[in-house]
Design a binder for this molecule. Structure first.
Ligand code: PEP
Ligand code: MN
Length: 369
């Protein structure tokens, strides 16, 4: 059982809890100016990366231990708790030595059980709140596993941060939100407070407002938003950081859901589920468009090789395997058959359209010659 963040530093009556600050600490001045700025904008805690895990070598990798003192000073000046990302026992030790108030595990650490265990071991007998970001890949078990490892160190101040999941597919997001994953985590571990990091989900300020609002509508407890006193000069993640003034505009624009219906709990849960359904439907439509695209390619390929479009054996295999997988996931065979009949019908249409248009090309060419 975890203590709620209002028992370890966040104000009970001022939700959503806002954590803000730079992606990376760059100088004492930058940390101080950003911290005082976001405090004035309504933040409740200050974040800054000191050791930055970067995708490619040669990028800004953080200012290291010296920056812990800058963060501590900014915490003292603003009166807000300060937090850093840790990726090893050595980082934990340095952060605690510099009286950093909270720590967080980044997505590239949560993904690695060896590192998580090392950090968990270093936390035994230590009373510091720990935030755990989701792993980079959409793997709920890995996220839960990291939480459990930290929990077993005896820590009872754990919160989760949803920062989206990397994907090879094109997407409007830098990291796809897959909202069903944090929601399922919350269902399985209801005492874990859930924050959303819309900055790393969006990768730019454009969608920040709508993603933040959706997180609140999904009953997230707080937001972690990157900000910088001068974003265009930032040494990392410069495209997604807000100025403190922009942070205030964002916070002021958030619609905090009020209990305004007859049965607010039920109605709000219904809306949460509908929001997730919308996301899933857009995913379904994207996938369906991808599937039809491939079907058209198959149509061309069959035409080139002079092979019939309808392949009864393949169709029988599809129905059999999809029914088995669907049943395993609680979907009825009738539903699977109906669904795949529709998909198959459309797929054949799409394939046929390719054959027709391909057939016209050589004929036209022939007449030209
Ligand atoms: C960060 O918070 O700056 C960061 C590196 O985030 P993530 O671990 O989510 O990539
Ligand atoms: Mn960042």
């Amino acid at each position: 059982m975890q203590l709620s963040p209002d028992q370890w530093g966040f104000p009970a009556n001022d939700k959503p809890w806002i954590i803000s600050g730079p992606c990376g600490a760059e100088s004492a001045e930058q940390v101080m100016a950003t911290a005082l700025g976001v405090k004035a904008s309504g933040a409740h805690a200050i974040r800054a990366g000191i050791w930055k895990p970067r995708t490619r070598p040669g990028s800004f990798e953080g200012m290291g231990e010296q920056a812990l003192a800058w963060l501590r000073e900014a915490g003292d000046a603003s009166g807000l708790p300060v937090m850093v990302e840790v990726a090893s026992a050595k980082h934990v030790e340095a952060a605690l030595k510099n009286n950093i108030n909270f720590i967080w595990l980044g997505a590239r650490t949560t993904v690695n059980p060896f590192l998580v265990q090392e950090i968990a071991d270093s936390l035994s007998g230590v009373d510091v709140p720990v935030f755990i970001k989701n792993p980079v890949n959409p793997d709920l078990a890995l996220w839960i596993g990291a939480i459990e490892r930290i929990e077993r160190s005896g820590t009872n101040k754990i919160a989760a941060i949803h920062r989206g999941f990397s994907s090879y597919e094109n997407s409007v997001y830098r990291n796809k939100p897959n909202w069903e994953i944090p929601i399922e985590l919350k269902r399985k571990m209801p005492s874990i407070a859930m924050f959303c990091d819309p900055s790393h989900i969006c990768g730019s300020p454009q969608l920040l407002g709508s993603v933040s609002q959706l997180a609140l509508d999904l009953q997230f407890d707080g937001l972690m938003i990157e900000s910088h006193c001068n974003p265009s000069e930032a040494l990392s993640d410069k495209n997604q950081q807000l100025t403190p003034a922009e942070l205030k505009v964002l916070i002021d624009s958030l619609n905090i859901r009020k209990a305004e219906f007859d049965c607010p709990v039920e109605l709000s849960r219904l809306q949460d589920l509908r929001d997730v359904i919308d996301e899933i439907d857009f995913d379904l439509l994207n996938k369906m468009a991808e599937r039809m695209n491939i079907a058209r390619k198959i149509g061309q390929y069959k035409f080139l090789n002079n092979v019939a479009i309808y392949q009864s054996q393949r169709w029988a295999e599809i129905i059999e395997s999809r029914t088995a997988v669907g049943e395993d996931k609680g979907l009825s065979p009738e539903f699977i058959l109906k669904l795949y009949n529709m998909i198959h019908e459309e797929s054949i249409l799409q394939q046929t359209s390719q054959v027709k248009s391909e057939e016209e090309v050589p004929l036209k060419n022939l007449t030209k010659e």
